[in-house]
Design a protein around this ligand. Sequence first.
Ligand code: GRF
Length: 213
Amino acid sequence: MKNLRDFFKSLYPANKVQQGAKPRIVILISSRGSNMRAVLEAIHDGRLYAECALVLADREAAGLDVARKMGIRTELFPKGKSESREAFDARLAERLGREQPALIVCAGYLRIISAPLLKAFPRRIVNIHPSLLPAFPGLRAQKQALEYGVKVTGCTIHLVDAGVDTGKILAQAVVAVQKGDTEETLSRRILRAEHQLYWRTIGRYLKKVTSAS
Ligand code: GRF
């Protein structure tokens, strides 16, 4: 045995070492899941060094089917009718904790995240929003941008905190508003930028959090 590396290689086959080292992510969705798909494709093609442990939806979401077809484990995890937001998030924190994710990726997840989940995964939940925050937080950000008359808008990846779209900004991409844009045409161009930005930002952030722990 030449050196220590060879010794460890003999204990663990190469693919097992790599597999075990991949940071695990969980993706939360509520709807079509095009961002989820872009992230899963980046993982599949080896552009994003990660493993998706689970795609979880809080409602019947078209994205669940997409994930299943890509061979990813999925789960429907709805909120009970009389369950409070906090009770739901406590239950969700317990469920996600079992997956031991390095990062929780919200991709069109339509719920405000409350204290029990934030406390369970501090600085480990990211979200994507279709505007250049802090401009136009909340719903229909593209429509808000058009109505305001801005010349550029875009998308933002940020950490999730207790506010609505207020967490620390990790990355942004700019998209120009074109003459004659409708909410639909602008949303489509922003979405294309989202699909490029999210997996890259996840990759960078995973490197940071996994090297710190
Ligand atoms: C995206 O525009 C994202 O920025 C916002 O919700 C939309 C989700 O789209 N948070 P998709 O489900 O990823 O296609």
